[in-house]
Design a protein around this ligand. Sequence first.
Ligand code: ADP
Ligand code: ADP
Length: 232
Amino acid sequence: MINLKGITKVYGKGNHAATALSGLNLSIEKGEIFGVIGHSGAGKSTLIRCINLLERPTEGEVWVDGIELTKLTQGQLQEQRRKIGMIFQHFNLLSSATVYDNIAFPLRLIGTSRADIDTKVKDLLALVGLEEHRDKYPSQLSGGQKQRVGIARALASDPDVLLCDEATSALDPQTTDSILKLLLDINKRFHLTIVLITHEMHVIQSICDRVAVIHGGGIVEQGKVTEVFLKP
Ligand code: ADP
Ligand code: ADP
């Protein structure tokens, strides 16, 4: 489903150049929940952003669903990106838009009809359990509720892949567990491939099928979670 081949990412130039990833290879299967764990500065954020080319690798190939994204024109890439949803540590919601409008936003961008948007947004509100909160603004929501909006928005374009960039790192343990449970439900229900990066072992152990450990911009170990880490 996702193949990263020889990915190198260097930020900056000359004396200021910083190598975040060096010759990294990674293969993620359709329908699995794949976790990448590592310390701060290991390259996790760069890695996950390279999957949808939010960061463009300096070298290497990114393949998603049989298509080499690194070869596409900007227009073709926009099209392919609809298949890849993303959620963030700090949610990245539009603060001046309601819950409903935040979720509708990506659909309006691609010109979906008003009636289709309404049906879709209502389904998504039900999926994430926020029907009662549809007219609220992000500032009126808890962290967990904000992330539920983030998840609903990410799913609006019916993606095949969901990228989670430290998606539970700003949440308390109980809220983290409820978000992880939601991600697991979504993975099972839609056969959605989920890639998550985290510095928290608990997140990996509670929902991931496989895990890669990243250190210094390279994968140092990977395999089934039960094999790489002993269960607590
Ligand atoms: P992590 O997510 O594991 O904390 P990052 O991918 O954010 O790691 O960072 C990996 C390395 O790349 C770090 O040394 C970081 O300082 C550097 N880095 C990340 N983003 C940039 C950037 N935009 N410009 C320069 N260096 C960066
Ligand atoms: P997060 O992982 O939540 O996005 P980070 O602190 O890793 O937060 O990075 C925040 C932003 O700063 C990102 O866009 C990242 O690419 C950039 N960044 C990270 N490290 C550096 C760095 N050393 N120099 C410049 N920009 C950086």
